[in-house]
Design a protein. Structure first.
Length: 337
């Protein structure tokens, strides 16, 4: 039995807390919002973010981040934009060599840094492990068989997380390619939003399959340019996460895209979903980063124009289909440029 601290009382924070409690771990779940903790205590669940998932009374609920001090593992389960602020709040309460993981999927705006890099800046000396893969909170909380990746520069740290969290319903592989795991997790949200647009437009299976396939190609292209391994994008944190996010109604990114495909503006779609849509934020960051490093990402570029410049989704699709002909092989195409 271990002491687990979970920072964030949203869907995935709750799912992990419930899972760890079932494993016999002592769990403390923190929220920055007193009203959120009050509502969970009153209702026994988070009615907005993860309804019908009962939170056992054995799980400690707190708004004092100091209460996770001394945990064997601290999991950051807050949205990507809140990672730096949360890590900064945590800093006074973690010791040298502490095991810290993140399940957030995104890149920091403006700096374009991966979240593990952000955590390392705020928590120097800690062992940071990235957990990623096809893992909807709704299914993890219900004990649906799920498989993810734990990635760290120090393999022993990833294996420690594997030992602490792996159970009959959650299988964890370790991976040394932290960059690849993070770029896959962050950028698939862009493609998932675009997949929702396809569904909203009722384009059919052919279009969506093409989008997903060419989408993972773009993700890998940028990831490799940033130092990641191409192989990683064919794994759980790449194509695996892409599939589940592009096809499931659990996906906020896909749901937002569906609203846009049905004629709503991006702002209206975000309001209808009513929760953080990571793909909206990731689109702008990926677009800016790709231009900065000189990597061609036509799907990301069209998504950016639809989301931030009010381009018609139908015109975006037409422009993608009308691009100059080229070879499918990345190596042959890159050599010909």
């Amino acid at each position: 039995m271990a002491k687990i601290g979970v920072l964030g009382a949203g869907g995935f924070g709750i799912a992990l807390s419930v899972m760890c409690n079932k494993m016999g771990h002592r769990v403390t779940m923190w929220s920055a919002f007193p009203a959120e903790i009050t509502a969970i205590i009153r209702d026994g669940q988070n009615l907005q973010l993860l309804p019908k998932v009962k939170i056992p009374k054995e799980i400690g609920l707190t708004t004092e981040i100091a209460d996770v001090q001394g945990s064997d593992l601290i999991i950051l389960a807050v949205p990507s934009f809140a990672i730096r602020e949360t890590a900064r709040k945590l800093a006074p309460y973690v010791s040298q060599g502490a095991l810290v993981s993140t399940v957030a999927k995104g890149l920091e705006a403006k700096s374009y840094k991966r979240l593990s890099q952000v955590i390392a800046e705020e928590l120097p000396g800690c062992q940071t492990v990235v957990i990623s893969g096809p893992s909807h909170a709704e299914e993890v909380a219900r004990g649906v068989p799920t498989t993810v990746v734990a990635a760290a520069q120090n393999r022993a740290a990833a294996e420690a997380v594997q030992d602490l969290l792996m159970n009959p319903t959650l299988r964890i592989y370790v991976n040394d390619d932290v960059a690849g795991v993070e770029y896959g997790g962050a950028l698939k949200n862009v493609i998932a939003l675009a997949a929702g647009v396809c569904d909203g437009l009722k384009l059919g299976d052919n279009s969506k399959a093409a989008l997903m396939t060419r989408g993972i190609t773009e993700i890998a292209r940028l990831g490799v340019a940033m130092g990641a391994s191409f192989e990683t994008f064919g794994g759980l944190s790449g194509v695996g996460d892409l599939i589940v996010t592009c096809t499931s109604m659990h996906s906020r990114n896909r749901r937002a895209g569906i609203f846009i495909g049905q004629g709503n503006t991006a702002r209206q779609a975000l309001e209808k979903v009513g929760m953080t849509v990571e793909g909206y934020l990731a689109t702008k960051t990926a677009y800016e980063l790709s231009r900065e490093v000189g990597v061609e990402m036509p799907i990301v570029e069209e998504c950016y124009q639809v989301l931030y410049q009010d381009k018609s989704p139908k015109k975006a699709i037409s422009d993608l289909m009308g691009r100059p002909r080229r070879h499918e092989s990345e190596s042959i195409w890159l050599q010909s440029k």
